[in-house]
Write a protein that binds this ligand. Structure first.
Ligand SMILES: Cc1cc2nc3c(=O)[nH]c(=O)nc-3n(C[C@H](O)[C@H](O)[C@H](O)COP(=O)(O)O)c2cc1C
Length: 170
């Protein structure tokens, strides 16, 4: 799938079929994270691959905004080092790359950011120097999702030269 097509068509997927994602696709998704850029090339992120159904259920229990992760084929916990002011940008870039590569392989995914952090740390052995930036659940979409993106037009979002100036290209 061409990059632009992947960006334009991808939607968040929270309902998954029972189809298993092959290991080579999981690896490709994690490679997409590893190849992502970080500020000063610090590569401070760490990724925990969660595949065990019991652990996925545990993630759901400890989540406040991602209960759907219980139905995912696998999830990736994204950790970053908060001592770098740009750490969440680094997390976002890795997450977006993983989600786009997944999408181009027919794998749906969704991010969530609401969790009981203290319990998550304990359950998944997360060291105190790292923050849980987000969790991303992955799986084969249960149904085909098309045309449900709701985005503001560029005329509301973009300006030319200075804030508030009409955007020139449309
Ligand atoms: C930073 C960030 C945090 C998000 N947190 C959650 C979350 O906690 N739970 C959830 O179900 N979706 C979460 N989402 C998904 C958004 O709701 C979703 O990306 C947005 O509604 C657009 O969805 P669409 O691309 O399918 O149109 C989050 C997305 C982003 C970018």
């Amino acid at each position: 799938m061409e990059t632009y097509e992947a960006v334009i068509s991808r939607v968040e997927v929270r309902e998954y079929s029972s189809e298993k994602i092959p290991d080579n696709v999981k690896l490709k998704i994690l490679e997409a994270a590893r190849m992502s850029p970080t500020g000063l090339n610090l590569q401070h992120w760490r990724f925990i691959l969660v595949e065990d159904k019991e652990n996925l259920k545990k993630l759901a229990e400890l989540s406040t905004s991602g209960k759907w992760v219980a139905g995912a084929d696998f999830a990736i916990i994204v950790l970053t080092n908060p001592k770098y002011p740009f750490h969440l940008i680094d997390a976002g870039r890795a997450i977006q790359n993983m989600q786009l590569v997944g999408w181009s392989e027919g794998v749906g995914s969704c991010i969530y950011t609401g969790f009981k952090e203290r319990e998550m740390r304990k359950e998944f052995n997360i060291p105190s120097e790292l923050t849980v930036a987000a969790v991303v659940g992955f799986g084969c979409p249960k149904k085909k999702l098309v045309g449900r993106k709701n985005r503001r037009p560029l005329s509301e979002l973009a300006y030319s030269e200075k804030y508030g100036e009409k955007f020139r290209l449309i």
